[in-house]
Write a protein that binds this ligand. Sequence first.
Ligand code: DOR
Length: 442
Amino acid sequence: MTASPSSLLIRRARILLPDGTFLLGDVQTRDHTILQVAPEIADPAPDVREIDATGLTLLPGMIDPQVHFREPGLEHKEDLFTASCACARGGITSFLEMPNTRPLTTNQAALDDKLRRAAAKSLVNYGFFIGATGDNLTELLQARPVCGIKIFMGSMHGPLLIDREPVLEEIFAHGNRLIAVHAEDQDRILQRRQQFAGITDPAIHSQIQDNQAALQATQLALKLSKKYQRRLHILHMSTAEEADLLRQDKPAWVTAEVTPQHLLLNTSAYETIGTLAQMNPPLRSPHDNEVLWQALLDGVIDFIATDHAPHTLEEKAQGYPNTPSGMPGVETSMALMLTQAMQGRCTVPQVAHWMSTAVAEAYGIPNKGRIAPGYDADLVLVDLNTYRPVRREELQTKCGWSPFEGWDLTGWAVVTIVGGQVVYEYGKLHTDVRGRALMFKE
Ligand code: DOR
């Protein structure tokens, strides 16, 4: 059976509609688009491929708005092919990728190179951030297509680190593109690194890059965003203090995201998985988990990203503090969140909102995030009845591990569809499928 006919007819699915209700029915696609959504669609023409979705739930394809896919330059950790295979398996049909590749994505030429590589290799749709360096303002304003400007306020070295307020202010003051910040205060991190020098227990990482370091940087980004009414997005918000700050004071032009690991893991993970739990911003306390969950449920936090940041097991075995920060996530995020929904912590429509609809809205990605005629046929059929554990041997990410190994999850993708093409079904990837470059309304 061909992986990419021009038309699909998904039969008897439990379809999530844009109003958050479910319809038991059929969805037909033609080329890249959803053609029809109805309780029953008449027998199709012979060239239409039918998919029996009895017992399965159809959601809009997930959009992961923060990933590090390592290509070019760091392909020993991951590349656009392996990462996009992991996306397809995880139900993620589009991703927004970060600029800390080699060379850094800080100008149009580097962006064009990534777009060419993704067109050749990516099974799912792709978009890229441009990285701010402090002396590339023209590129930040003119490079296209980009989903936004990425600023590392801390936890970075080299040209991508922008830890001085006047330099930050210059960027906030010019243009109106979305600015996405990694908010950790570099001065505080450096000072605490000195204070805790010599400690090799990775749990110290959460104390070095503590809640206060995150709060200070978020406060500064918020101050500048308010001064210039500049569209600001706070990446991977990790602390109760930041959530409380936004609860009291969140201008209409500010959004925030949280990762599944900051909701579901905390500092106790260092005891079980050691440096595999090391990431930036670090894992926090169970209290932070609770406050972040509540902020997400209340709409203070707008959506979910994985910050998929793979490193090899050899790199992770070097011993703290020589170990790199970051963990993979695209393969497990949807199932982790749908498992939370099935266990009553939230609802399935909320998960689809946080992982698809709200992301498309926040980044101005046209025609994505909803199952409705005229929208792109990026879809995922999930099984909400069966539990299966996260198994290392099944992972597609090149790094070959997950912090969630052994977790028993439901809501795994059964069929993933990108632009009307089946890219994953019943455990099998169709590696000939290619996604498209995302567009962003500015
Ligand atoms: O833990 C992290 N790892 N956080 C980041 O912001 C960067 C990332 C990486 O690229 O490894």
